[in-house]
Ligand binder design. Structure first.
Ligand SMILES: Nc1ncnc2c1ncn2[C@@H]1O[C@H](COP(=O)(O)OP(=O)(O)OP(=O)(O)O)[C@@H](O)[C@H]1O
Length: 228
């Protein structure tokens, strides 16, 4: 599903290159649940953003679902993103002026999905996440955990093949974090949705099947998680 070959990312200031990612090569199959770990500044978010087409590598090739991303037009990239990728952010990134239901519906409008289908998908998501009673509330009327559930519901409403999550439980208490991780595990096992998460938590990484350890922009370790 994903092939990265010799990905490099650097910023040049006054002729000096500061490398964020170096020689990153890996393959991720459909249905994997991968955690990206490493110290602060190691390049984890940058790698996730490249995978999600939110940033471009300086060098190297990125193949996603058989398409060479580095040579695609902006329009084609947006289309691929809308059709396949659900992004979940640490700080939720919900739209404050929209209700829960409107937030979940928003990406479906971009995908030009017809009204009746949109309503039905939103209703399904509200139901599935047990938040029907919250549908007319605004994000600031929800707890952090509930906001993150809405963030995930919004990503899933578009029926993605892959979820990219940047520290999805970073702002949550442990019980809420557990709920989100259980949900990811279920989506991965039952719906074969590929999941790639950035996390600092060993517990969260234990929900996945593989850990990529980044250090100073380089993949230092690529481990299979052994479930005890
Ligand atoms: N636009 C930019 N210009 C210059 N340097 C940048 C830019 N964006 C990110 N960086 C640098 O890239 C490095 C990696 O950042 P990144 O956010 O990917 O790290 P991270 O591993 O996700 O860290 P954290 O765990 O703290 O979120 C950091 O040192 C950061 O300062």
């Amino acid at each position: 599903m994903i092939t990265l070959q010799n990905i490099e990312k650097y910023y040049a200031t006054k002729g000096l290159k500061s490398y964020i990612l170096r020689h990153v090569s890996t393959t991720i199959q459909q249905g994997e649940f991968v955690s990206i770990m490493g110290p602060s500044g190691a390049g984890k978010s940058t790698l996730l953003n490249i995978l999600g087409m939110l940033e471009e590598p300086t060098y190297g090739t990125y193949e996603f679902m058989g398409e060479d991303i580095t040579s695609l037009s902006e329009r084609k990239k947006i289309e691929l993103y809308r059709n396949h990728i659900g992004f979940v952010f640490q700080a939720y990134h919900l739209i404050d002026e929209m209700t829960v239901a409107e937030n979940i519906e928003a990406p479906l409008l971009y995908k030009k999905i017809a009204g009746a289908e949109r309503k039905s998908r939103v209703a399904d998501m509200l139901d599935r996440f047990n938040i029907v009673g919250k549908k007319d509330l605004f994000p600031n009327q929800l707890s952090g955990g509930q906001q993150q559930l809405v963030g995930i519901a919004r990503a899933l409403a578009a029926q993605p093949s892959i979820i990219l999550a940047d520290e999805p439980t970073g702002n949550l208490q442990s019980a809420q974090a557990l709920q989100i991780m259980e949900l990811f595990k279920k989506l991965n096992e039952e719906e074969n949705i590929t999941i790639i998460q950035v996390t600092h938590s060993e517990v969260n990484a234990g929900y996945g099947s593989r850990i990529l350890h980044l250090l100073d922009g380089v993949i230092k370790e690529d481990l299979n998680v052994v479930n005890l």
